[in-house]
Design a binder for this molecule. Structure first.
Ligand SMILES: Nc1ncnc2c1ncn2[C@@H]1O[C@H](COP(=O)(O)OP(=O)(O)OP(=O)(O)O)[C@@H](O)[C@H]1O
Length: 696
């Protein structure tokens, strides 16, 4: 705002009592002012001498020599040069002396000058305001007390969907959708931040009452298009959310994360870094990554490597004995292709290694359990025909399972009918050879030459030269059960040793060797070692075969198996012959008391006979007794001579058979001794010998 000092006419002369009115007129004309201040000798302002005053006295009375003091008017008011025009433009006098801050007169100013300057000032201010009003980005609309639109700037035209020309002078509600401006006029209460939508644009408006002398004379609404801001706000919101999410991810990452700037200074890192490096992770922020290398926490400076490589780098570090870390560095490039950030990921592999070990352990455990389950299943499957509940027999079956998992030969030692062949079959079935063939050869029932052909095959020399393969070849990738191997002639034993040692079968010199991959399972009633000692068994064959000897106990050594075996055989025969027979309690008791020297085979035969021959559903004790009696009349074994054996041995064999038969027929050693015509002690001794021979 202009000040009085800027509008006044500067004066270097004032009037004193010695000035005439002519002097005053001359100075006024010269200085182009309408009045002059009049001072006393002390320089004190006494009044003003003005043109109007002179004219008011009448031009006819004007005498130039008259004293200026006679025209002095005291209707004056001194103004300070600093006073704002706004404060003085309306004062009553025509001309004013102007003082500086030292109360010295420095000039005069007329009311006209003040008015003119003030008007100019107000006009230019109003033009400025109008320009602002028109160019304002915000829409501005004002109404008077009656609700008539008094102004509307171009920015308001769009949201109000009208034009200044259409709107100004009209009632607000006739022109635009009511926005609450009338309400503001009515109650004089401003309203800020109200949102409203026009089309797809969103506006925010502030409505304020226009007050004049404390009274509401209108209202002005200023509205701003905030669609863009809103959009930016929303984007900002989602960026903020994203940032928070990223922050959460970084903080909760189990891997350590270090973000460095292009110079390698740490900008950010997560708590996992602290956990892995056993350091305060917050303190790392702002420090150069190189410090970690200098302190020996890392051996290599990955920042350096990433920069050198210009891309992804992964290295292995072992900062502490218990930690092994995989550190990867990933550069982030600017548009100009410069590395602006490097993101370092630190993975503590010791945890993974620990987990891998734990996994390995549980894998092994699982394999063990699987093998145990398989063992149990195999026991069930392979033992479908093998009934056992005795500890001694279960141990045998367990050993059989274990040897089935390896590929070594097996020798099964036990009395006749104890289940050697059955166990041999189960070993084959449970072994990895189960898909291959299983052959059985009885070494005692065939003459030597036939046995040899059966085993090793034969070259038939006729026109077509057809060969008959032996079971050792036929059972390739499978197993051969050599029953009564103890009875195998020595020659054949020798040839068998060679075949097993060479793993080949050479029929003739001209013919190519046939490779043999057959597992040998052998059964014997007598311990082979004893025969080796007697040179009745080839020691090489013994050592080749006897890698895992399994002793199968006689039935009398496992009485717990009697009932399951009786029931098994009963059920089997009922099924086979379509009966539903059962044993009476007496019958069962008789079966349990029977010595079963012929073991399970004897029992199986007897029960089949009882099931087939008994007339009633319930097989009585009497019927059992009858069949047992008949069986006892039939010798178990006839004495046959299949080859020349040392006499002493033959006698031993015969003795044993006789004692066994006598026991079978008479049940007690006393009665058996009576029948054999020897002392009871002899029978006991022979029985013990027999037991010892069969390994019992
Ligand atoms: N544990 C068992 N459960 C049920 N039946 C069995 C069992 N063991 C053997 N058997 C049966 O008993 C009979 C004789 O068994 P196996 O032929 O295996 O005996 P072995 O010891 O080989 O006799 P040998 O030496 O006289 O040949 C067979 O019918 C067989 O199925």
């Amino acid at each position: 705002m202009l000040r009085v000092g800027q509008v006044m006419s500067r004066l270097s002369i004032c009037l004193y009592k010695y000035h005439t009115i002519g002097d005053a007129m001359t100075i006024m004309m010269e200085k182009e002012v309408a009045g002059l201040p009049f001072l006393n000798e002390q320089g004190y302002l006494l009044g003003m001498v003005t043109k109007n005053q002179i004219l008011e006295k009448g031009i006819e009375n004007y005498v130039a020599e008259n004293k200026a003091a006679d025209y002095l008017t005291n209707r004056f008011l001194p103004l300070n040069e600093e006073t704002s025009l706004e404060d003085v433009w309306n004062l009553p006098f025509d001309i004013y002396p102007v003082l500086n801050n030292l109360e010295e007169i420095i000039g005069v100013v007329s009311k006209y000058s003040l008015l003119q300057a003030y008007f100019q000032e107000v006009r230019s201010r109003s033009q400025e305001l109008e320009a602002v009003f028109n160019s304002a980005h915000n829409g501005i609309l004002s109404i008077n007390k009656q609700g008539i639109i008094t102004s509307l700037n171009p920015a308001a035209e769009k949201p109000t969907r009208t034009t200044k020309e259409e709107a100004v002078g009209r009632f607000l509600n006739d022109v635009i959708i009511p926005t609450g401006l009338l309400e503001v006029v009515r109650n004089g209460i401003p309203e800020y931040g109200a949102k409203f939508q026009v089309g797809r644009r969103l506006y925010i408006s502030n409505r304020t009452p226009i007050l004049k002398d404390g009274e509401v004379v209108g209202a002005v609404g200023v509205f701003q298009d905030v669609s863009e801001i809103e959009k930016v706000l929303q984007e900002l919101q989602s960026v903020k959310q994203l940032n928070e999410e990223l922050q959460t991810i970084i903080s909760s990452s189990y891997d350590g994360l270090i973000i460095c700037d292009g110079q390698g200074d740490i900008l950010r890192c997560n708590p996992a870094v602290g956990r892995i490096l056993e350091a305060s992770w917050e303190e790392l922020v702002g420090r150069p990554f190189k410090e970690l290398v200098d302190k020996g926490i890392f051996q290599k400076n990955i920042i350096h490597l990433v920069k050198k490589q210009g891309g992804f780098v992964s290295i292995l570090e072992r900062p502490f004995a218990k930690h092994s870390l995989v550190i990867t560095g990933n550069p982030v490039f600017s548009e100009e292709g410069e590395i602006v950030k490097i993101v370092i990921n630190i993975r503590d592999m010791s945890e993974l290694e620990f987990l891998r070990e734990a996994l390995e352990e549980s894998k092994q455990l699982s394999e063990k359990y699987q093998s145990q389950i398989a063992q149990m299943r195999n026991h069930q499957e392979a033992g479908a025909e093998l009934r056992s509940c005795s500890v001694i027999m279960n141990n045998v079956l367990d050993l059989a399972f274990r040897v089935s998992q390896v590929d070594s030969p097996v020798v099964l030692v036990g009395e006749q009918g104890v289940g050697k062949e059955e166990i041999a079959k189960s070993i084959h079935i449970q072994s990895k050879r189960s898909k291959g063939p299983f052959y059985k050869i009885n070494c005692s029932s065939l003459p030597e030459n036939l046995l040899e052909i059966e085993l090793f095959g034969q070259e038939i020399s006729n026109s077509r030269n057809i060969a008959k393969p032996g079971v050792l070849e036929l059972a390739n990738h499978g197993s051969v059960y050599l029953e009564d191997i103890d009875k195998m002639p020595l020659n054949i034993q020798g040839r068998l040793v060679r075949v097993l040692r060479d793993k080949t079968l050479q029929e003739t010199d001209e013919k190519a060797a046939i490779s043999i991959d057959t597992r040998i399972l052998a059964g014997t009633n007598r311990p082979l070692k004893e025969l080796v000692e007697k040179e009745r068994f080839h020691s090489d064959l013994f050592y080749t075969l006897n890698i895992v000897p399994i002793k199968v106990p006689a039935l009398r050594e496992r009485k717990e198996d009697l009932i399951p075996l009786v029931l098994f055989n009963l059920e089997k025969n009922n099924k086979r012959h379509g009966f539903e027979k059962i044993f009476s309690p007496e019958a069962v008791q008789l079966l349990l008391d029977y010595p079963w020297l012929g073991n399970i085979r004897e029992m199986a035969n007897l029960i089949e006979r009882l099931v087939v021959t008994s007339k009633e559903k319930v097989i009585s004790g009497r019927e059992v007794d009858g069949v047992l009696y008949e069986m006892e009349q039939t010798p178990l074994k006839t004495i046959t001579v299949t080859g020349v054996v040392p006499l002493k041995e033959a006698i031993d064999d015969l003795e044993q058979q006789l004692v066994t038969l006598a026991m079978k027929l008479h049940g007690t050693t006393v009665k058996a001794a009576e029948a054999l015509g020897v002392n009871q002690s002899t029978v006991v001794r022979k029985l013990q010998k027999s037991k010892h021979n069969t390994g019992g």
